[in-house]
Design a protein around this ligand. Structure first.
Ligand SMILES: Nc1nc2c(ncn2[C@@H]2O[C@H](COP(=O)(O)OP(=O)(O)OP(=O)(O)O)[C@@H](O)[C@H]2O)c(=O)[nH]1
Length: 210
């Protein structure tokens, strides 16, 4: 009898650690954005980039199943943007980022945003070595989202409740969302944001240490 034990999870953790070492050796700070499809990840990246692009050299990696639309949107803000198409996989893996980095001189940049594929579940188990993981949950997804997704809520370093300008129209109690998130993750800053009104963007920039 032969038994082969392949610890796949450890492989991904090792790769994430390799990525972190690479980022640190190049002096770049990396922020990963994750959340459901349409939660407002790209809009948030665009708003933050606009606030800080005069101060930092920024690189954006967007993970998407098929299109290059997010990178096209971000590139319009005058920064370098790369789309990584996963061809159907519901998350970025460290190897995707490593592959994309083959064409990039990281030492040219101060900051990188990696927007994961829109998905609240899969990306959690595939860390990409980022210094901070930003979880984006919009009010439009419903009041109970944090409770339904405790794993992603706990894994976040910063939690954004997005699209708060729509809360009344949707009938969502943002305070309740905030309390739920706080119970699951007492340490992460929780920031209420609207890219339409600009609410919370400065606070988020500060929470990211930028
Ligand atoms: N009212 C309102 N709409 C927003 C806000 N943020 C994003 N949106 C809108 O929500 C939609 C989705 O936003 P995106 O930034 O594309 O969301 P995403 O999470 O990047 O989407 P995927 O990349 O497809 O997963 C767009 O039509 C945005 O204009 C917000 O703060 N308020």
């Amino acid at each position: 009898m032969v038994s082969i034990n392949v610890d796949v999870k450890q492989k991904y953790l090792d790769q994430a650690e390799m990525l972190r070492k690479l980022y640190d050796s190049k002096g770049i700070k990396v922020f990963e954005l994750l959340g459901s499809p349409g939660s407002g990840k790209t809009a948030l990246a665009e708003a933050v980039i606009d606030r800080i692009k005069d101060k930092y050299k920024i690189l954006y990696f967007g993970g998407d199943v098929a299109s290059t639309l997010d990178a096209e949107r971000v590139a319009k803000h005058g920064i370098e943007a790369v789309e990584i198409n996963t061809g159907g996989i519901c998350h970025l893996e460290p190897s995707h980022v490593m592959e994309a980095l083959k064409n990039v001189d990281l030492s040219k940049y101060d900051i990188m945003f990696i927007e994961n594929v829109g998905n609240l579940i899969c990306p959690i188990n595939f860390p990409l070595g980022a210094h901070k993981r930003i979880l984006v949950v919009s009010v439009a997804e419903g009041e109970d989202k944090f409770v339904k997704h405790p794993m992603s809520t706990k894994a976040a370093d910063v939690i954004v409740i997005s699209k708060v300008d729509l809360a009344d129209a949707i009938g969502v109690d943002v305070k309740k969302m905030e309390e739920d998130a706080r119970k699951l993750n007492p340490k992460a800053p929780i920031i209420k944001v609207s890219v339409k009104t600009g609410e919370g963007i400065d606070e988020l920039v500060k929470a990211l240490g930028l």
